[in-house]
Design a protein around this ligand. Sequence first.
Ligand code: 13P
Length: 286
Amino acid sequence: MSIVTNKQLLDHAKAGKYAVAAFNTNNLEYIQAIIEAAKELNAPVIVEAAQSEIDYMDGYAFTAIVRALAERKPIPVGIHLDHGPSYEEAVRCFRYGFTSVMYDGSALPLEDNIANTKKVVEAAHACGVSVEGEIGVIGQAEDGPEGPQNDNFGLADPDECERFVKETGVDCFAAAIGNAHGLYKKEPELRFDLLAEVEKRCQVPLVLHGGTGIPEADLRKAITMGVSKINFSTVMRKGCIETLTETLNSNPGELDLMKLLTPAKDKMKEIAKVHIRMCMSDGKAW
Ligand code: 13P
């Protein structure tokens, strides 16, 4: 097994009560670190990239690298567009060879989010590609004075979630439950009551964004309540940048770029392993 869709990955995860770790990426070392970590732990994994990351790498080059590395490793791997901003970007990703796309219409009125997501789902399913949607607004942790919002602002409404899933046909979706992207200023307070209500009303696997900094116990609890994909980005970039800085500072004048990048790659691999274990997906390759 090598390249598969997120629907295949998440349906298996939901049934097995674990989550598939999804890591954002934007360069070769990053992709190697993710796939090597998953391979060593015999875990399914999702390699994902947002539009800016795809543009940086080139979409065709990105999918070619993931496929080349995954095909020599007997683990299931999904290639996913994170926070797709438009129908057009989703279509470009079909051509690049992605197996899953997210369409993020969460900032739009519900009617528009439903209409646009449905259009992406119709095209994606015709090409055998999975779709992730978003309900509520999952912002940046740094935007709130004390980290993610703890009031009702931006939280997913279970009625809207139910309607969204029924009317769009999405394979999975991200609901805002007190999580945010980036570095939380204080420990996030996930709304498990809301998660339980959403899970009760929607049959599809759920996605948790903003994985960086959510305590392991909360991640595991969320998994037992139907979360089947967890996104991690900041933690990997932070580890990479810190290690690269240390290496550069302690090796002035070194001109072998591979020597300078290897410790950062090893650090990302170590971080990926920690988070795969948090998702309880180690040993779950199928
Ligand atoms: P973090 O950067 O907080 O880990 O969030 C990643 C994410 O949710 C990408 O969509």
